[in-house]
Ligand binder design. Structure first.
Ligand code: UDP
Length: 346
């Protein structure tokens, strides 16, 4: 039966940053999981040893079918995918191949194996980031992705809606805002060395892994001129996935058990505020002075402000964020980054 703790959940991309934190959250709650990951960007060591692990691609229908049958999975959480916006502009077909064709093949295997629930990692990049000004973005805001990455995610959302209308499969589409931080116990974090994300890079700059920090534009129509984002701690995001898994559609009159939810805290911080916090954490944790900041031009495609409207997720799920505090987000990110550095030196 669906949602029985006895039925393992298949997690694609479970060796990646967000997927590995979801694996930990599910295990901590007593659920069983199975991971498939092609290790193109994920790390084998991000998956605890007791978890059944298959190295392979979600597009490999026979592998996925075999895993679903062997483990008796009823639910699939799909994290595997390509996620770098500038790369998606340079190599769009790779993004449509990995994210759209890969998801289509995975969904075929899910339908063939009577999967009941499919949880999909989508993104705030499906919205028209320039539309809202500083207002929080609601789920029914206009969908107008600005790059191939966002379009590949939106195309998969459309596939899911059509498939759910024509089958017993129910979906949960989770649109992530800016995910940051690391497991508080240090069990996982963001491994990717060449990460582009602000908090990861700022921690690298504070630790001397990067020589300085570039600020991409200070002439935006925001209070201090730098871009504002809604940073959600990865472990709170993982808990939202667990809550989605336990959601049974009770009282849900409108969408037949399907969900589309923003994942964020509903408030934002500017690049300057984030860098100030990283300096503070570096001073307290490492005893170092402020990082060098270089003001630079705007980065192509950046929206001034992206903040999640969170009334839907709060009303729908039994989800209580534990880490809605920039100090905690940055502290866990810094601890992880420092640990990575120490491991590399050893
Ligand atoms: N940013 C920056 N310097 C960096 C990385 C990011 O100024 O080295 C800015 C970026 O322009 C954006 C914000 O930080 O305004 C968040 O960027 P990130 O890449 O973390 O996430 P995005 O919102 O693009 O998904």
């Amino acid at each position: 039966m669906m949602n029985s703790p006895q039925t393992p959940v298949l997690i694609t991309g479970g060796a990646g940053y967000i997927g590995s934190h979801v694996v930990l959250a599910l295990l901590d709650s007593g659920r069983e999981v199975v991971v498939v990951d092609d290790l193109s960007t994920g790390r084998r060591e991000a998956v605890p040893g007791q978890v059944p692990f298959y190295q392979g691609n979600v597009g490999n229908g026979s592998l996925i079918g075999r895993i679903l049958t062997e483990h008796g999975c009823r639910a699939v959480m799909h994290f595997a995918g390509s996620i770098i916006v500038p790369e998606s502009v340079e190599r769009p077909l790779d993004y449509y191949q990995n994210n759209v064709v890969g998801s289509a093949r995975l969904l075929r295997a899910c339908l063939d194996n009577d999967i009941e629930k499919f949880v999909f990692s989508s993104t705030a990049a499906v919205y028209d980031g320039t539309a809202g000004g500083e207002a929080p973005m609601a789920e029914d805001a206009e969908l107008a992705p600005a790059n191939p990455y966002g379009r590949s995610k939106l195309m998969t959302e459309w596939m899911l809606r059509d498939i759910a209308a024509a089958s017993n499969l129910r979906y949960a589409i989770l649109r992530y805002f800016n995910v940051a931080g690391a497991d508080q116990a240090g069990r996982s974090g963001q491994y990717t060395k060449a990460a582009t994300h602000l908090i990861k890079r700022a921690c690298q700059a504070a630790l001397g892994v990067l020589p300085h920090m570039d600020v991409f534009g200070d002439d935006y129509p925001t209070p201090d001129g730098t871009c504002v984002r809604d940073y959600i701690h990865v472990s709170d995001l993982a808990q939202a996935h667990l809550a989605v898994l336990n959601y049974n559609g009770n009282g849900d009159r409108n969408n037949n058990g399907n969900l589309t939810l923003n994942c964020g805290y509903g408030h934002g911080f500017s690049v300057t505020q984030v860098l100030d916090m990283v300096d503070r954490v570096a001073r307290d944790m490492l005893g170092t002075g402020p990082m060098q900041r270089r003001m630079g031009p705007r980065r192509a495609g950046d929206a001034a402000s992206l903040i999640a409207a969170t009334s839907r997720i709060r009303a729908t799920l039994n989800w209580q964020p534990q880490y809605d505090d920039l100090l905690v987000v940055v502290t866990t990110a810094m601890a992880w980054e420092k640990n990575l550095m120490d491991v590399m030196k050893a």
